[in-house]
Design a binder for this molecule. Structure first.
Ligand SMILES: NC(=O)c1ccc[n+]([C@@H]2O[C@H](COP(=O)([O-])OP(=O)(O)OC[C@H]3O[C@@H](n4cnc5c(N)ncnc54)[C@H](O)[C@@H]3O)[C@@H](O)[C@H]2O)c1
Ligand SMILES: O=C(O)C[C@H](O)C(=O)O
Length: 313
């Protein structure tokens, strides 16, 4: 029997969607279907063809097609949702909730129709609430609906620490819990450089500044870009999660997972450490938190709950 390549659909062919599609193809994680609205069909086809034409030069074997027809996504192994509005300077991610929730509902119905057994990874903001909306609309089991925030937030933290210590980013590990907002909880106590706790290497004041910069990392890029939000690091983060799932790597990566009692929360999508593998979220890892850390996580969880109230209206 012929072995078939994996199929990955990326919904939304804008900055994050197109960048993700290209990285997925470059890593030969599967053939990629890039989907956008009918009005954007030609540019989407153009981007996909352009990517495919890079394959002989870069030496990757992956087909990339652009479309507005969900029939082309049928039987996807993985679907990544990037469709929706990004914020502009002066906006919070939460300002996007109503518009992007409608988009989540419509794209999820199409995804489920054509790929009822797929795993969905959501990027669209406000991502904790949007992941919940996709979960609710899809009717999928919780392990097959996952949100991306922690890989990106941790990557920002690791970059800033590496810069501070003038060391390789590879040797820095970070740990960010909570919602993808300014209340996220970077946990310095669980962060290391070359196995050495960061608190032994960086002054408390500097560490506080790095934590603050991480929390506001998305806004820093929004202000620099002027019209849109980050896409290179978000796309790289999606691809790391996709690789863990498609190759059943069982990596410990932070994901936005549906909590039913873990960390004391019920019925909430929130960023936590997880094991990501072929079934999606295979396990949520629970850790003991100090009183201060739990209070910070509660603030972040409350911020997500407040956004979710809009969905209930
Ligand atoms: N969770 C994260 O860490 C993270 C990181 C980066 C961006 N984001 C979010 O991802 C989303 C996309 O960001 P972007 O920079 O790619 O924006 P973008 O404007 O470049 O692209 C969005 C694309 O979605 C398409 N779209 C809109 N409605 C659609 C629909 N119904 N079906 C299919 N496609 C549709 C648009 O035509 C556009 O091409 C935003 O909400 C942004 O805030 C989240
Ligand atoms: O900041 C944004 O609006 C986009 C994204 O969530 C990010 O953190 O870069």
């Amino acid at each position: 029997m012929a072995i078939q390549r994996r199929k990955i659909s990326v919904i939304g062919g804008g900055f994050t969607g197109a960048t993700t599609a290209f990285l997925l193809a470059q890593k030969e994680l599967g053939d990629v279907v890039l989907v956008d609205i009918p009005q954007a069909e030609n540019p989407t086809k153009g981007k996909a063809l352009d990517m495919y034409e890079a394959s002989p030069v870069q030496g990757f074997d992956a087909k990339v097609v652009g479309t507005s027809d969900y029939a082309d996504t049928a039987n996807s192994d993985l679907v990544i949702i990037t469709a929706g509005l990004p914020r502009k300077p002066g906006m919070s991610r939460d300002d996007l909730v109503s518009t992007n929730a409608k988009i989540m509902r419509s794209v999820t119905e199409q995804i489920v129709k054509y790929s009822p057994n797929t795993i969905i990874v959501v990027l669209t903001n406000p991502v904790d609430a949007m992941t919940y909306e996709v979960f609710r609309t899809s009717g999928f089991p919780k392990e097959r609906v996952i949100g991306q925030s922690g890989v990106l937030d941790t990557a920002r933290f690791r970059s800033f620490v590496a810069e501070e210590l003038n060391i390789s980013v590879e040797d820095v590990s970070g740990f960010v819990l909570g919602g993808h907002g300014d209340d996220m909880v970077p946990l310095v106590r669980y962060s290391y450089a070359g196995g050495i706790p960061l608190e032994k290497l960086i002054d408390a004041d500097r560490l506080t500044a790095i934590v603050e910069r991480t929390r506001k990392g998305g806004g820093e890029i929004v202000n620099l870009l002027g019209n849109g939000s980050a896409y290179y690091a978000p796309a790289a983060s999606l691809v790391q999660m996709a690789e863990a799932i498609l190759k059943d790597k069982k990596r410990i990566l932070p994901s936005i997972a549906y909590l039913e009692g873990e960390y004391g929360y019920q019925g909430l999508y929130l960023g936590v450490p997880t094991v990501l593998g072929g079934s999606g979220i295979e396990r949520v890892i629970e850790l003991d938190l100090t009183t201060d850390e739990k209070e910070a996580l509660d603030r972040s969880a409350n911020a997500v709950r407040n956004v979710m109230k809009v969905l209930a209206q």
